[in-house]
Design a binder for this molecule. Sequence first.
Ligand SMILES: Cc1cc2nc3c(=O)[nH]c(=O)nc-3n(C[C@H](O)[C@H](O)[C@H](O)COP(=O)(O)O)c2cc1C
Length: 302
Amino acid sequence: MKKILCLNYSQSGQLHDIIENFIAPIEHAEIDRVKITIKDRFQFPWKVNNFYDAMPETVLEEPIELESFSFKEENYDLIILGYQPWFLSPSMPTSSLLQNDRFLKRVKNTPVITIIGARNMWLNAHDSVTNRIRSAGGQMVGNIALVDRAPNHASAVSITHWMLTGKKTRKWGIFPLPGVSDEDIKDVSKFGITLNEFLKSNNFDNLQPELIKKGAVRINSNILFIEGKAKKIFLIWANLIKKKEAEGKNRSFWIKFFRIYLNVALFGVAPILLFFDILLFRPFKMKVNKKKKEHYAYLGIK
Ligand SMILES: Cc1cc2nc3c(=O)[nH]c(=O)nc-3n(C[C@H](O)[C@H](O)[C@H](O)COP(=O)(O)O)c2cc1C
């Protein structure tokens, strides 16, 4: 009997649903299912100021206190880690878990599959997650990234509506439904079926190409472009806000400033930059972009 550790955090329950459907087809395995929770922080639905206030510590990956959790085993044959990106970084509960010694002990010498439930920007977060897994001695063997398929700006509006009201409904009845679609959540069991096949042989060498064939990872060129620039800018903001706070300046003033910046960048500057990129540079970047997409599709996987 294989032993699998499967763990994730979720605020709305979306990632729990994704994970449950993913592991449903797995046979002949004991699954130690751990739902990570945190101590009295990040109320859901979010208050608008709290939402942006989570940025600096999230981007700097400062750990927070998790509610206590336990593992049934010392060693596992496979770890399934579900996570969501926050501000182009692993969510704070995820980066805290990835700095937890008891968890990292289980990661050592163990194959790891990640499953992401994001809006649409997970590349930078995944860089960090795979680095942490690899430096703990884990072997990345697969990744599935589920995203909101609505266009970037529409999904930014609809996810804000969801995060601030707690309702996964259409804003004003006109915007697309936020988050990963019900259909994609249901359909995630197809990846579980693939994993089940690989578990039989205990050889995960070819797992990621098979998952990719079934649509586990889709990388959009516009998102590649935005993520290539935005994380560096978030890091500058995160460090600036922390510095101002350390100097005794009003943190909430700087958070508000960041909030204005982010909205101007997302809805004003990014579309202009994208327009020129598509018009002037994209045709010459086809090869480079193809390589980058391949890089992210197999990030951390040999
Ligand atoms: C504070 C915050 C920041 C987020 N930032 C991102 C992001 O950078 N990229 C992205 O694709 N999704 C982002 N999301 C969406 C989440 O990744 C996730 O899809 C959503 O919160 C639902 O996850 P849940 O299962 O925890 O409810 C963010 C959500 C929150 C709450």
